[in-house]
Write a new protein. Structure first.
Length: 640
């Protein structure tokens, strides 16, 4: 593809600037992504570490409180109430309690600005009474009583089963309907028989409040779930429990928040279950829905919580995109300036070249006899010298064309005369040969007819060979004359009604059909085309006669046609032995028999004549064949 000088001036400069800008943008984007990845990783680790630290701090107090309480006298509930109230007042523990194997229960809980005492003893069973108390532990007012048995509560059952200090699973408070966990410590008598369980509650909303106060990127969030997939806490306002009168912890995979839901489902899908991930106590970083999420496990006696810190990638990449857009804008500006500078520089150089180009086009598009042999370029530089050379060349070319035109006219006249003389000579020779050959054939037929009985088998065979060779010689002369006519004659292309032409040819081939017991299947309808009827008749005659000779025993020939893209393709299908691809490729360009090793009649001019005819009429010829599967000879003509 040719390039203008403007292009050659401008494109390299623009290409260089674009390449440099691309490299700069790529390097900047890559470094930015790498830096963002490092910063993001550090941020995820830092936030996860802070969350684990605060969880540890929150859960440490219940552990310490219960460690002190296990030394208390569990038979004196008044004493226990005093100790529990003191612990609630001086620490951030909201609720400390004790329940025994007899179903008795004593607990003190701080609710907002008041403190309540919860008690179940032999007098109140099966109810648990709740009283508001003052700072000295005196009962101020009776709040309510509700059926309650500590032995059926999750914290009691978990501690009893573990036989040691443990944390309960998530459960909902029987009094306040809040989500909580309990640090429970069983106590035993001297016979190692369970006396009861001390408990210190931790309300999980405290962790959610802490998470909500953290800055997690720009729009990131954090949440915690236990090893069963239940939500423990979240940095966003989303329900952590579900249900009406009897609420229960909510599974993270069913959270209303799509981020929490997708992370939980991703863990369950990739690690088969959330509990298996929690047991591995591993840290993982996953890419999910355009967010980077770091998963880590906080493990404590009875607790396996998964901490998820998820931050959208856009929180980090906004700056990269902004810088990339600025770089792209500056690059586009540089490209525009390069194009403008290139155009102005090229204009100064190309103006005289364009003038010279106009003169060249004038020479190429007009008669050489009307050429203007001088240019209007008056320069003293290389372009001026080029214009002078062009003028000199044009004058020399005009002289050469004049002399050449005279020689061509003379040569054309000689060629036409030579062709006419050759055609006359060929026809004269053919007529001169026909007469003696005809007489020879006549005498051979008479001799074979009148003296057949007097001749032996060899004599009759010789006469038959003479008759066959003479008829073949006449056919060859006819083919040569037809070939000469095709080469030298110009014919008028007309619309052809193809089916009648084919039927006429099949009638003429009737003796050959009977001789070979063959058949020719002609469709009821065939598309018409443009051509010259006598020549097309020769094409069909050649294809069909060859099909009867070499198309199998018996030769069952099929004719067909198809139209496509303004061309009609006609074909003749036989079921003979077929031929190799190499042999088929030479049929139309060499004067060969279809099979040199067969004794059947035929000569080598037929397919060459077909090729000449169809090519001169604007079509193509060909053959499709496979050994053992027959052959399909085809030719094309312009559609009518």
């Amino acid at each position: 593809m040719t390039k203008s000088i403007r292009t050659l001036f401008t494109v390299p400069l623009v290409t260089l600037i674009v390449a440099l800008a691309t490299v700069i943008i790529g390097v900047s984007y890559y470094n930015g992504q790498r830096a963002v990845g490092e910063i993001g990783g550090h941020l995820h680790h830092e936030i996860s570490a802070r969350i684990r630290q605060h969880i540890h701090h929150f859960l440490q107090t219940p552990d310490l409180v219960n460690a002190l309480n296990t030394n208390l006298d569990t038979s004196d509930f008044d004493y226990l109430a005093q100790q529990f109230q003191h612990q609630v007042n001086v620490s951030d523990m909201p609720y400390v309690f004790y329940g025994d194997e007899q179903g008795n229960f004593i607990g003190v809980q701080r609710i907002a600005a008041k403190t309540v005492l919860k008690i179940r003893d032999a007098d109140s069973a099966p109810l648990r009474s709740i009283y508001e108390i003052d700072r000295k532990g005196q009962r101020i007012s009776y709040t309510r009583a509700k059926k309650y048995d500590p032995r059926n509560r999750p914290w009691y059952l978990k501690a009893k089963k573990a036989g040691d200090a443990t944390w309960s699973d998530l459960y909902v408070s029987a009094h306040r309907d809040v989500l909580q966990i309990t640090h429970a410590v069983p106590v035993f008598d001297e016979n190692k028989k369970l006396r009861g369980v001390f408990g210190a509650n931790f309300i999980l909303s405290q962790i959610s409040d802490f998470l909500k106060g953290m800055k997690i990127g720009q729009t990131g969030q954090a949440f915690i779930m236990d090893h069963t997939g239940k939500l423990v806490a979240a940095s966003i306002d989303t329900p952590l429990s579900v249900g009406g009168r009897q609420p229960r912890p909510l599974s993270a995979s069913r959270s209303r928040d799509s981020v929490i839901q997708s992370v939980a489902q991703h863990i369950a899908h990739n690690w088969n279950s959330i509990s298996l991930f929690a047991k591995q106590q591993r840290s993982e970083t996953v890419k999910l829905d355009g967010r980077t999420t770091e998963l880590s496990v906080y493990s404590r006696r009875g607790i396996q919580w998964i901490i998820a810190v998820t931050i959208p990638d856009t929180d980090f990449t906004e700056g990269i995109k902004y810088n990339t857009l600025w770089t792209l804008g500056l690059s586009l500006l540089a490209v525009g300036l390069a194009i403008i500078i290139g155009i102005f520089a090229a204009q100064h150089v190309t103006k005289p070249i364009l003038q010279l180009n106009r003169h060249i086009k004038h020479l190429s598009n007009s008669d050489w006899k009307t050429w203007i042999l001088d240019t209007d370029i008056k320069r003293q530089d290389e372009l001026g010298e080029l214009a002078l050379s062009f003028t000199s060349m044009a004058k020399q070319l005009a002289g050469l064309l004049g002399a050449f035109e005279e020689k061509v006219e003379y040569a054309v006249e000689n060629v036409h005369q030579t062709n006419a003389d050759l055609e006359a000579f060929y026809r004269s020779v053919a007529d001169d040969l026909r007469s003696p050959i005809g007489e020879m054939l006549d005498f051979a037929e008479r001799l074979l007819g009148s003296h057949s009985n007097q001749l032996d088998m060899h004599g009759r065979h010789f006469l038959q060979v003479i008759l066959s060779s003479g008829n073949k010689s006449i056919e060859i002369m006819d083919s040569l004359l037809l070939l000469l006519a095709i080469i030298s004659k110009e014919v008028e292309i007309r619309p052809l009604n193809m089916r009648p032409i084919i039927l006429l040819v099949t009638q003429q081939l009737e003796p050959e059909k009977k001789k070979s017991y063959g058949s020719i299947a002609v469709p009821d309808k065939l598309p018409d085309a443009l051509g010259y009827s006598p020549w097309i008749k020769e094409v069909w005659m050649n294809y069909l006669s060859n099909g009867l000779k070499y198309g199998g025993v018996p030769a069952n020939i099929e004719i067909g046609a198809e139209e496509k893209d303004g061309v009609v393709k006609y074909w003749v299908q036989d079921h003979g032995d077929g031929m190799t691809e190499n042999k088929a490729s030479t049929l139309f360009i060499e004067a060969l028999r279809l099979d040199k090793h067969r004794s059947r009649e035929g000569h080598g001019f037929g397919l060459s004549i077909v090729h000449r005819i169809v090519t001169k009429l604007g079509g193509e010829v060909g053959v499709e064949s496979q050994v053992g599967k027959g052959s399909r000879f085809w030719f094309t003509l312009p559609q009518r």
